[in-house]
Write a protein that binds this ligand. Structure first.
Ligand code: NAP
Length: 485
């Protein structure tokens, strides 16, 4: 077997500190989206095994949360260091299983590591409060306590980082966890479990179950032991989880879909804006929830922006992410290719111009050309929903009021980008864009110290930063009376 795939014992998941097969011997395949090759088979788990993972996490809870924050932090730091020690193999595995170019995979390993390091420190800063009392014979205190057993459900587009961003915060706060990774990227999740084990994280604290999303999801959602669910994925599944959480009144964090506007104002630095547009649109072949999905360009700059953007796009190489000089790997599967194709055809049929690309790439199977569309209108599908593919639609606008109205006219509210040199306009746009993350004069924004999350149908809750750990604690109020009596 390829060295990069040797992280875990074959056909096994990680439950209660042991590597276990499915009770019924069921398996499914992890497939390389670039070649269609089967990389490995992993357990296809269901309700029973999920129940054992929940029980293991429950048994591990009281020991784990009674340890000091600095002791938990040492485990997380060691875990993070191991990601660094295995960076190249982890990156190779990620490229094989998810498709992103190796350079981006190395970046994701470091990004994933940064959350473990960040929360290794942040656990020790979970301060409480002493509140000036309403009466002289009482003292009022506030404590923050671990929520308990958490379910962490993650997507395939950042299979390491989406786990560590949740798991780092949960474990630092004193919670234990059951992780359910996406069907397309189980090996990346199991590789993390292997490194967590090597870091000495006690059995049951961190469990990984791969398999049937509906059966695992229902078991996690209906369990009264699971007190918190953190989910990153589509808005449709997020809404389902909200309804499923009602019966057991769980705490939820939801990082859902986006539909990011990228606005280039009349006073923007054009070269900077083009560089930012390339980064924001084509990273991970357009498969990030914060990818720019709609480009609003001021009419005075539209033609020159389109020309320079097309020129830069023409320099992007499509191919297997393992090859040097690849900028765009495959999309995750054929359904993703078909969605990109549908968005291009719909736009073209309604009058948009294809300025670059526009079809499947000659590299085959799941590859799609980086694409630039001009003269795009609000009625076209691509301006109404997330593409999750490498297509940049250009739209003209003529005033700030108009572009803010159009940027906000969506149910989504994750990330919004704009370029302007006018400090007054920067703060006005920051105020007026209805998004959880507003990014001025840059095409990237994610890092461990900043709060990540959306508003409206993009979800609620924040990850990373000092706010991320608060999602994994309950506030407990303590009144001590009878003082001085
Ligand atoms: P998805 O279909 O919602 O899947 C996400 C996760 O949920 C996977 O682990 C999936 O398992 C699981 N799942 C599916 N149905 C479930 C159910 N009934 N109960 C419990 N879990 C269930 O999303 P995706 O297509 O993988 O990811 C793309 C979406 O995620 C995009 O909309 C993107 O914008 C969003 N996203 C958001 C963020 C953010 O931070 N806001 C970050 C990344 C991605 P299976 O894979 O086994 O079906």
């Amino acid at each position: 077997m390829d060295k990069s795939l040797e992280f875990t014992p074959p056909h096994r998941c990680y439950i209660d500190g042991a590597w276990v097969e499915s009770d019924k011997g069921l398996r499914f395949s992890s497939i390389d989206p670039a070649t269609g090759d089967i990389l490995a088979e992993v357990p296809d788990l269901g309700a029973l095994e999920t129940q054992s993972a929940i029980s293991a996490a429950a048994r591990a809870l009281s020991d784990w949360r009674s340890r000091t924050a600095s002791e938990r932090g040492l485990f997380l730091r060691r875990f993070g260091e191991l990601l660094g020690d295995h960076k190249e193999s982890l990156a190779q595995l990620l490229t094989r299983e998810q498709g992103k170019p190796l350079l981006e995979s190395r970046g994701e390993v470091s990004y994933a590591q940064s959350f473990l390091f960040w929360f290794a420190e942040e656990g020790a800063r979970l301060y409480g409060d002493i509140i000036p009392s309403h009466t002289i014979d009482a003292r009022l205190l506030v404590m923050k306590q671990a929520v308990g057993v958490c379910a962490l459900i993650t997507p395939w587009n950042f299979p390491y980082a989406m786990i560590t961003r949740k798991l780092g915060a949960a474990l630092a706060a004193g919670c234990t966890a059951v992780v359910k990774p996406a069907e397309q990227t189980p090996l990346c999740a199991l590789a993390l479990a292997r490194l967590g084990e090597e870091a000495g994280i006690p059995r049951g604290v961190f469990n990984v179950v791969t398999g049937d999303a509906q059966a695992i999801g229902k078991t996690l959602m209906s369990s009264d032991i699971v007190r918190k669910v953190s989910f990153t994925g589509s808005t449709d599944v997020g809404k389902l989880l909200i309804s499923q959480s009602a019966a057991t009144v769980k705490k939820l964090s939801l990082e859902l879909g986006g539909h990011a506007p990228f606005i280039v104002c009349e006073d923007a630095d054009l070269d900077e804006a083009v560089s930012g547009a390339i980064l924001s649109k084509f990273r991970n072949s357009g498969q990030t929830c914060v990818c720019a999905n709609r480009f609003y360009i001021h009419e005075s700059l539209y033609d020159s922006f389109a020309e320079r953007f097309a020129e830069k796009i023409s320099e992007l190489n499509v191919g297997n992410g393992l090859l040097p000089n690849t900028h765009l790997g495959p999309l995750i599967d054929l359904a993703a290719v078909e969605k990109s194709e549908r968005h291009v055809c719909d736009a073209r049929d309604k009058g948009a111009k294809v300025l670059f690309g526009g079809s499947r790439d000659k590299a085959g199977g799941n590859f799609f050309q980086p694409t630039l569309l001009g003269e795009v209108e609000d009625s076209m599908q691509i301006l109404q929903e997330e593409t999750f593919g490498p297509i940049a639609p250009l739209v003209r606008f003529s005033s700030d009021e108009e572009v803010l109205r159009r940027a906000n006219s969506t149910p989504y509210g994750l990330a919004a980008y704009f370029y302007s040199r006018d400090v007054g306009r920067v703060f006005q746009f920051a105020d007026d864009l209805d998004y959880g993350m507003v990014i001025a004069n840059s095409g990237v924004s994610s890092n461990a110290c900043a709060p990540f999350g959306g508003v409206k149908h993009s979800g609620y809750g924040r990850e990373g930063s000092k706010y991320g750990i608060l999602e994994y604690v309950d506030i407990k109020y303590l009144l001590v009376g009878g003082i001085g009596s």
